[in-house]
Design a binder for this molecule. Structure first.
Ligand code: NI
Length: 167
């Protein structure tokens, strides 16, 4: 397995719309394993392929405390959403920024797993929010885009400054 470099906002590649995965083969399983390792190492609770510059529709998520509930969603589709919740979100592509976003509190998602088998999962609260956040990445959307223009401009400036200080 390998750790993958994570793109940081405002990298324009984060706005790429990912394409569906045609065949769940060894290459995809390797990418899924590398994404999980990268997510755990960060540490984070979710990672979309978009964030590691692989523009395929796949996300990994684990909202458990002990890294025991890894979920891989390939070609995920929301088939139901209801309710509303507001929570503070962060993102491995937007380091150090936490902002409140409104999301559906209950969703049902359909996807393929790493064996290429279809599954349907109902999720609430944190898991539901995390799935919606990661699925947004596949459509080229970063959570800060739900915020006001002013906030987005401030966050962009802060991250550009941070990256200059790091490199
Ligand atoms: Ni994110």
């Amino acid at each position: 397995m390998a750790l993958l470099p994570i793109l940081h906002y405002p990298d324009p590649r984060l706005h790429t719309r990912a394409t569906p995965i045609k065949t769940v083969d060894a290459t995809i399983r390797k990418l899924a394993a590398d994404m999980a390792e990268t997510m755990y190492a960060a540490p984070g609770i979710g990672l979309a392929a978009t964030q590691v510059n692989q523009h395929l529709r796949m996300v990994v998520i684990d909202v458990s405390d002990d890294k025991s509930e890894l979920l891989t969603f390939i070609n995920p589709e929301l088939i139901e959403k209801s309710g509303e919740c507001e929570g503070e979100e962060g993102c491995l592509s937007v380091p150090g920024i936490y902002e409140t976003v409104k999301r559906a509190s209950h969703i049902v998602v359909r996807a393929l797993n790493v064996d290429g088998k279809e599954f349907v999962l109902a999720a609430d609260d944190l898991l539901a929010v995390c799935i919606q956040h990661e699925m947004d990445h596949l459509d080229g959307k970063v959570f800060v885009e739900y915020l006001s223009r002013l906030k987005q401009t401030r966050i962009k400036a802060k991250l550009i400054k941070q990256s200059r200080e790091t490199f």
